[in-house]
Design a protein around this ligand. Structure first.
Ligand code: SF4
Ligand code: SF4
Length: 361
């Protein structure tokens, strides 16, 4: 009993929750549908030509968290390129799976970006618990002069503003570009797609997607971009009838209708779960758990209380709300089951982008 308590406590740390690497079923990795293609005759060599390539390949999408590479190629003074191999959601396994099956293409894509932006250093952010992932990258890091950084994966460490603070001690405002701080932050999918283009001259029509269902280990499948999620799920033998479908993570993802949603390049995970039984909320008991869990150092309970005063919201509160990174941790830990994250998200939307710190009104 005592041991159980101790181990539970050791998995909850201020500023985030610790999750070990999830188990997963090894997929049969699909053959590349463009494997007969030939390498391009010319590779981009500058930020401008890389931008042109990204536009041509339609690599422009970004999700709630990860800024598109295209939008980071704005500064001429890039010092660091960081490949972010920290999973953006606690249950995510994609960085590990891509590294296991597609390492040479990841390396090719990473090298292309660092040459184009003339980066001084190239860093790999890897969860400390993922010994195998580190091992996979060790040889490539040595051969290419990459520096490996092993970081304790406290969710949401994968978020750009949290990662840059842990890795380089830099303060990145939510929604700002890492390039403003002289950093390009790369997600493994973009790196992989660039690596595929370098090898085959075209990109695959599919992307790897993580599937999560209750009572089953996660797995990765290849799914065609543009296909409905309902079709992706039925091809994988998963029923979504009378269940909820959430894309891009259980903590901060989005509830969608799989019949009406198609697989976008930015959809990395699909989770299917039984419709939860609604829990009654009760009044805030001022336990402070949301405050101690918030990685952005906010007071979610205080912000929620202010939503009722939106017309007369003090500027300081508007500024505070705009620092929220939508990680969902406050809602996750709240014993009163208050909808903190979604309320603060609406508050942010209501006060608008002009209230972001550093953005002139
Ligand atoms: S207030 Fe925002 S940043 Fe803080 S825990 Fe809640 S969702 Fe995360
Ligand atoms: S975690 Fe919930 S109950 Fe506790 S202080 Fe925050 S809002 Fe109130």
């Amino acid at each position: 009993m005592l041991n159980g308590k101790l181990s539970l406590r050791s998995r909850h740390v201020p500023g985030g929750l610790f999750f070990g690497p999830p188990a997963w079923d090894a997929p049969v990795w699909p053959a590349h549908d463009n494997a007969n293609g030939s390498p391009p005759t010319e590779l981009p060599t500058t930020s401008a030509s890389l931008r042109e390539l990204l536009l041509r390949l339609k690599l422009t999408s970004q999700d709630l968290w990860t800024p598109a590479l295209l939008h980071q190629l704005t500064s001429p003074a890039i010092q660091d390129v960081v490949l972010n191999l920290i999973a953006p959601q606690p249950e995510s396994i994609l960085p590990r799976v891509l590294s296991e099956f597609e390492l040479p293409r990841l390396v090719a894509g990473l090298n292309l970006v660092r040459r184009c932006v003339s980066a001084v250093r190239t860093r790999l952010a890897i969860p400390r618990e993922e010994g195998e992932l580190r091992y996979q990258w060790r040889k490539a890091a040595k051969a290419n002069g990459f520096t490996i950084h092993s970081l304790i994966n406290r969710y949401p460490l994968g978020h750009p503003s949290i990662l840059l603070r842990s890795l380089l001690g830099l303060k990145l405002q939510p929604g700002a570009s890492p390039a403003d701080l002289g950093v390009v932050l790369l997600d493994p999918m973009t790196c992989w797609l660039l690596g595929c283009w370098i090898e085959f001259g075209t990109q695959p029509q599919w992307r790897p997607v993580e599937l999560f269902t209750h009572n089953a280990t996660p797995r990765v499948i290849a799914a065609n971009i543009g296909q409905s999620l309902a079709r992706v799920l039925s091809d994988a033998g998963i029923s979504h009838q009378n269940r909820q479908c959430i894309i891009n993570g259980m903590m901060a993802g989005q509830l969608v209708d799989p019949e009406k949603t198609v697989l976008e390049p930015s959809i990395r995970t699909i989770s299917i779960r039984p419709v939860p039984i609604a829990e009654d909320t009760v009044d805030c008991i001022r336990c402070g758990w949301c405050v101690s869990a918030c990685p952005a150092g906010l007071n979610p309970a205080g912000l929620m209380a202010q939503v009722r005063m939106i017309d007369s919201l003090p500027a300081i509160s508007a500024q505070e709300a705009s620092m929220c990174i939508d990680c969902g941790l406050c809602s996750y830990v709240c014993p009163s089951r208050l909808p903190l994250a979604i309320t603060i998200h609406s508050l942010k939307a209501a006060v608008g982008p002009d209230h972001r710190p550093g953005v002139p009104a």
